[in-house]
Design a protein around this ligand. Sequence first.
Ligand code: PLP
Length: 390
Amino acid sequence: MEEKRSVYMDHAATTPTRPEVARAMLPYFSERFGNPSSLYTLAREAKEAVEEARRKVAAAIGASPEEIFFTSGGTEADNWAIKGVAAANRKKGDHIITSSIEHHAVIHTCESLEKQGYRVTYLPVDEFGRVDPATVEEAITDQTILISIMTANNEIGTIEPVAEIAKVAHDHDIPFHTDAVQAIGAIPVSVDDMGADLLALSAHKFGGPKGVGALYIRKRTRIGTFIDGGAQERGKRAGTENVPGIVGLGRAIELAVAEMPEKSPRLAAMRDRLIRKILETIPDTRLNGHPTERLPNNVNVAFRYVEGESILLMLDALGIAASTGSACTSASLEPSHVLTACGLPHEEAHGSLRLTLGSRNTDDDIDYVLSVLPGVIERLRAISPLRGET
Ligand SMILES: *Cc1c(COP(=O)(O)O)cnc(C)c1O
């Protein structure tokens, strides 16, 4: 009898916390529960664990430990980078440059600043989701105080030319922030090679726990405090540290970066097989995102005449966890801002499917998806009201 399969292919949304990581965290919930700010041995153990994690995060991205600040995740790191630099440079200028395909943690933060009187340029991208560094240069004014472009996109996997964009920023003495949440453990991330002055990362995207991340802040970057309170994180981000989470982040990033040279080519081979077979076997299908400048684990395809949500429901019934390219929420029927920025018509943006691979995925998983997906699309197209229109 065939066992019901369970295939998780939504690693861009979150990853399972690795057992090694969970094990490293456990003592900090119980016997090593001290508050790092207190002044006895128990507290010093917690403090030392936090500082060891800080060294690991710093080593993973080529930074110094003093430049790493722990946060509650990627969203907080992006908020802090953008709002913190905006506040600290208000007298200098009021203009921010970002792209139209950023994560909502960046886009909605910029929109919130617009309500406070800042001006924001949301740069267009090409059909593959790439920001052209020349458009960054053209958008700069004497009021520009920050440029924020993601390292790699969470929906379509496109890798941005951040080093070139950072160079443009620095030629004009403007700090450069990058949301590298999807890049850690997938592609090399070095703050110096990339020219990042600020960089956001999040543990749960690379085998760590949810609710913990970090902001890298290059020395001498002008940035305000984000959370007021005690003197934690050198007075820049108050609140008793999430010690188990921070320990988990440190262990996870250490493992993710060490395993990347083996893991990324392996995932990329599975990714390429998935893409090739889907495009070969299912008609009226196209790849979203860049064909080569792409995260090793990202597959995103648009199927004409179908709704992404219906694909997801049918895949879920078959034990496959995936995501739509169109991050539709029940509250909004807007298609993905990323896919529409790449020029996809609304119908195709709505009919997109994102499969993001992780280290536990196997060739069998790929075979399984390839064995059921054509039938799913065919059944949905057979009942699609969109079909007769063209
Ligand atoms: C997941 C994600 C975030 C948000 O990180 P959280 O830790 O979940 O808040 C930000 N940016 C990108 C690109 C992401 O993929």
